[in-house]
Design a protein around this ligand. Structure first.
Ligand code: MN
Length: 452
């Protein structure tokens, strides 16, 4: 029904698309863009970091009366506010975040969300996935967009099945892509960015716990895996299947690495010409970099297949992105900026870390073997003077703590009207600065009590 309505809304205004700035949101916006272009419908895209009540109210006043507006990968969190949009615009909310309230919406406001169909939007379908099913409903030939829907799912860490495979409706998307021979999904020894030299791939996999390059060289020598082929360094992709197996079993047996960390579904984009974009999980990190450095336009061009100007811009973006990450990490690990409380690690980045980066930095810290296995809490100031909280479980902790639930509980006690969201292993909130220290104390205390 949403698809039919969307096709009926051709009028003299473009369709306004608002989507989220992460990989899923960019993939979703790209799917919608491709779908509308193909149907000869004009559109404009705007990418938002969050949809706040105030932003939504401004939009209502600035978008032309009766125009069609799509909210993609955002919108469910502020669903109550849309009751004010009755009769003013044709609204399509295509989201997958879990709804906190169910409200009656009138005919001009459509809310498509997997949670209303007993499908778990946190693990089984992403924002890009919702956009994909609408797109295919508009035109079955749009199944060629399935790889983007998969990228969205991986961006939202929905690879929660066996061997890090996607589950639920995402699996159907992968099947669509496989039928077109656009994706393959073998289980293999997976490390991030295998186009790089072997040593650098292992060095970057911090969860392996290698102290330095010398140690990695000795390790590879012991396994009789050559680092060079003639003059050139061998990339990880150059390893034979047998070498990969030898490497994996050594890591699992001697280094106690969880096999699930190494053997993964390797989602490969078969139609992709550029080697360094073939791994769908690597593609995701490119999109994230574009979003975080405020160049969503580059991310969307990348999704839509531009491999000319986009690649040059992408190179600069990635260089800047890794510069910022290493600068922030260096800061975090120096002079006691990363504090250890009784139950959590705390990184107060209010003076030094950008709100868009705090989640990334906390994630990287949470995968370091040399830090005690406790949850990480990071904070940074937002552009509107509030505090963004980001939490991650340590990759090495065994206790079952649901950070999403925990933050919800803390917010209820401290500042009930704040935004909060996330799932078990990663969650976040936006709070007022005055409540920050109470907030941290309570989080620490609840986790401590939970452990006893
Ligand atoms: Mn999403």
């Amino acid at each position: 029904m949403v698809a039919e309505d969307l096709q009926k809304t051709k009028n003299h205004y473009p369709i306004y698309i608002f989507s989220h700035f992460d990989a899923d949101g960019l993939a979703a916006a790209s799917i919608l863009a491709a779908t509308l272009s193909q149907a000869d419908i004009n559109y404009q895209i705007r990418i938002l970091e969050r949809l706040e009540y105030s932003t939504l109210n401004d939009l209502k006043d600035t978008l032309p009366h009766k125009s069609t507006v799509i909210f993609s990968d955002i919108g469910t969190g502020v669903i109550e506010s849309f009751s004010q949009w009755k009769q003013s615009h044709e609204i399509f909310i295509l989201d997958h975040h879990s709804p906190t309230s169910k409200i009656e919406l009138s005919g001009n406001i459509r809310h498509l969300n997997p949670h209303y169909f007993s499908i778990n939007g946190a693990s089984e379908l992403s924002g890009a996935g919702v956009a994909y099913f609408v797109s295919v409903h508009i035109n079955p030939q749009n199944k060629y967009l399935a790889p983007l829907a998969l990228i969205g799912a991986l961006g939202d860490r929905q690879d929660q099945g066996e061997h890090s495979s996607v589950i639920g409706l995402n699996k159907l998307i992968v099947e669509d892509a496989k039928k077109l021979d656009m994706v393959s999904d073998d289980v293999s020894v997976w490390f991030f960015d295998r186009t790089r030299p072997i040593i650098s791939v292992l060095r970057r996999a911090e969860f392996l716990g290698f102290e330095n390059e010398i140690e990695i060289r000795a390790f590879l020598e012991r396994l009789d895996i050559p680092i060079k082929k003639g003059e050139d360094e061998r990339a990880f992709y150059d390893l034979s299947e047998e070498e990969c197996r030898r490497l994996a079993s050594e890591l699992i047996v001697q280094y106690n690495v969880d096999p699930n960390e190494i053997y993964k579904k390797d989602y490969k984009l078969n139609h992709e010409d550029m080697d360094f974009l073939k791994d769908a999980r690597v593609f995701v990190t490119k999109l994230n970099a574009c979003g975080k450095l405020q160049r969503p336009d580059i991310g969307i061009s990348l999704c839509l297949g531009d491999r000319q100007t986009t690649l040059r811009a992408l190179k600069l973006i990635e260089k800047e992105y890794s510069r910022i990450i290493s600068q922030n990490l260096k800061w975090a690990l120096s002079e006691g900026h990363l504090q250890e409380l009784s139950a959590i690690h705390l990184l107060d980045g209010r003076k030094s870390i950008n709100e868009r980066m705090i989640g990334t930095i906390i994630s990287i810290l949470s995968s370091r073997r040399d830090l005690n296995p406790k949850p990480f809490l990071g904070c940074a100031l937002t552009a509107t003077g509030k505090v963004k909280i980001s939490m991650r479980l340590s990759r090495f902790q065994d206790q079952h703590i649901d950070l999403g639930q925990l933050l919800n509980q803390v917010i209820r006690d401290i500042e009930p009207e704040s935004e909060v969201g996330g799932h078990a292993a990663a969650a976040g909130a936006i709070i007022s600065e005055t409540f920050l220290s109470d907030f941290i104390t309570l989080v620490n205390q609840l986790i401590l009590e939970g452990l006893q």
